[in-house]
Ligand binder design. Sequence first.
Ligand code: GSH
Length: 265
Amino acid sequence: MLELYQFELSHYSEKVRLLLDYKGLDYRKIEVTPGIGQVELFRLTGQRQVPVLKDGNQYIVDSTNIAKYLDSRYPDRPLIPQDSKQRGLCLMMEEWADESIGIKGRKALFFAISQDQNFRKAFLPASVPDVLKTFVEGVPNDVLKLLGLGVGYSPEVVQKAIADLKQDLEALTLLLADSPYLLGDEPTLADFAVAGLSILLKFPDGPYLDLPTGIRGKGVPGLADNPAYEAFFVWRDRLYAQFRKPITDSKMSGGPSAPTSIQIE
Ligand SMILES: N[C@@H](CCC(=O)N[C@@H](CS)C(=O)NCC(=O)O)C(=O)O
């Protein structure tokens, strides 16, 4: 079976989980422990980031590489269109989503959890053990690690990221006004990249992530609760309902199909 080395909270991992679900491919999640588990990941793949897909003896690193690999190895339900114009737009939009929503989404979530004590608390129960040990500006240290952050961001950096994200969400809302998917009538990699990477802006309402239920539907103030972008989040809910497999109780933490932690040999 395919194996996905991941963090449950990682938005790039979520992009790949959406791709696997869309293709109808079964996979086992292997939850990498921030820090120590990444040392083992480095031994296996020569780098320390998730997501990594393992297929047989092969490790595929990076969500974009994984998408391309999946299309060549499992061509049913293609992610990247063949038509040149559509293909170009799809690849461009995916790269933009990685670089804009992916990178700035972390900064915006950092802001949200450092501002809102209830949101911050919602992360505590199941995120990672020892999460209460260290706090940086009120954000649990392990949450920072999962987000790939060092010591957080200055207010100026965060405000710029949020302003850019507002433009991104405006653009997406406009693009989706008269078509069901970003490139027209069929879903593509662009839709799954945008939807998966946007979980940090607003966590999905439904039972899709093995995270404390308290964070479902919560998100960055000014983005998640802004009526101007409501149509975007309605679109994303629909995409999830159509293609993302919900986790069942048995798949929640501790159940037989819950993410397995990476083993350190
Ligand atoms: N370009 C990569 C980005 C992956 C990435 O940023 N992963 C983060 C989690 S969302 C990570 O592994 N952070 C830990 C670290 O950098 O040490 C992709 O598309 O897969």
